[in-house]
Design a protein around this ligand. Structure first.
Ligand code: AMP
Length: 397
């Protein structure tokens, strides 16, 4: 990759400002899930092991530029201290004289965590002065917050203007995995798309047309396509204003020689709830009063057959309402199936990653992204502001 990465840096005696994604769920003032904290440990430990001191910064929740007691980073610092086995000092702000003097006196091996960046509205507005004040705390900047790389926020794109800026291990792995499937995917290349809406995935589908051999469409978005093809879809989720677009995407797929597979049967329910009446139907059309909430058995077989010889698979969006037990079979079966294939498997962040992790299949995939919006943007063929902002390798080394 053309961007500077953590291993290119001389960290000895340096103060290293690391943008991490510690936007973790909290419950009763403690961290309810520390996956994101654990994910940042390799980068933090590497800096410490190589003689640097670490200043961590992250956002947490949506305080909208105000100080909210319940969104302070204290529980995160506590958990991180436990995981690292050393004291992590949490500061009461992320900029200002006190922060400057406390970080100024740090010795190698020390770790501090700055207060929630989004207590300042300047973080989201990418305020230049705010970025400058953050940058002044350190000698080097590392971005290890892939989940925020699609955002033009001060800590993502402003700070790297003032410091040598490199990708941490987490971001490096994300970039390498996505670059591989964008620039040099081994064929056959199959995309699995699901999730609620077509409207969120239009640019993705159009970009995939030039790269993939097949697109398997499940989830809520499939129903706008089925409606466009003239089938009855009952109460299934429909974007009425996207029917024409769905038709034109189907046409375009033929021009591009990309096979699109849609559901041929469904798990239907009489309401969007776990306690609904549920049944499998062997028909493409869905009766009035019922909604398709998961792909059916024949569709699962069709999808598996289409995936059998794939060498590259990218998956964005569950093929059913995975969060509800009666509608999780399609997503579960597809996840288990691709986990056993000899293929490069890249799982988009957000709901799809959550499903794969909940099924205990993370280690069986080539890459499970930590960023929903960021991975989608990558797959749409766009460059990510947070990655663009990093220092080019040749300009410094
Ligand atoms: P997205 O953020 O667009 O990837 O959407 C993910 C959401 O789509 C998940 O919360 C799923 O429960 C939901 N979803 C998947 N299949 C369906 C379906 N058939 N009908 C409605 N929602 C669905």
């Amino acid at each position: 990759m053309a961007k500077l990465t953590i291993k290119d840096l001389d960290l000895n005696g340096k103060k290293v400002l690391i943008r991490v994604d510690f936007n973790v769920p909290l419950k009763d003032k403690t961290v309810a899930d520390d996956m994101r904290i654990k994910a940042a440990l390799p980068t933090i430990k590497y800096v410490l092991d190589n003689g640097g001191s670490v200043i961590l910064m992250s956002h947490l929740g949506r305080p909208k530029g105000e100080v909210l007691e319940e969104l302070r980073m204290n529980p995160v610092a506590k958990r991180l201290s436990g995981l690292l086995g050393i004291k992590v000092r949490k500061l009461d702000n992320c900029i200002g004289d006190d922060v400057k003097s406390r970080t100024g006196s740090m010795s190698p091996g020390e770790v501090v965590l700055l207060e929630n960046l989004r207590f300042h509205s300047e973080e989201k507005s990418n305020d230049e002065q705010f970025a400058k004040q953050l940058a002044e705390l350190a000698d080097i900047y590392i971005n290890d917050a892939f989940g925020t790389c699609h955002r033009e926020h001060a800590s993502m794109v402003g700070v790297p203007k003032y410091l040598k800026a490199a990708a941490g291990f987490l971001v490096q792995k994300e970039i390498e995995s996505f670059q591989k499937i964008i620039t040099d995917p081994e064929k056959p290349y199959v995309a699995i798309l699901g999730g609620a809406k077509v409207s969120d995935k239009i640019e993705l589908i159009e970009n995939l047309f030039d790269k993939v051999n097949k697109i398997l469409i499940g989830g809520g978005m499939a129903y706008t396509f089925l409606k466009a093809k003239g089938y009855d879809i009952g109460n299934s989720i429909l974007e009425e204003d996207k029917i024409d677009l769905a038709l034109s995407l189907l046409e375009k797929s033929k021009e591009k020689n990309v096979e699109i597979l849609l559901p041929v049967d469904h798990i239907i329910a009489d309401e969007f709830s776990e306690s609904a009446n549920v049944k499998q139907i062997d028909d493409i059309s869905i009766p009035e009063g019922w909604a398709g909430l998961d792909i059916g058995a024949k569709t699962i077989d069709n999808f598996k057959e289409a995936l059998a010889d794939a060498k590259t698979i990218v998956w964005n969006g569950p093929v059913g309402i995975f969060e509800m037990k009666p509608f999780k079979k399609g997503t579960t079966e597809i996840a288990n199936y691709i986990a056993g294939l000899d293929a490069m498997t890249v799982i988009g962040g957000g709901d799809t990653a959550a499903a794969v992790i909940a099924l205990g299949l993370k280690e069986k995939m080539s890459h499970v992204s930590t960023g929903g919006g960021a991975s989608l943007m990558f797959l749409e063929g766009k460059s990510l502001p947070g990655i663009e902002a990093l220092t080019e390798k040749q300009s410094t080394d």
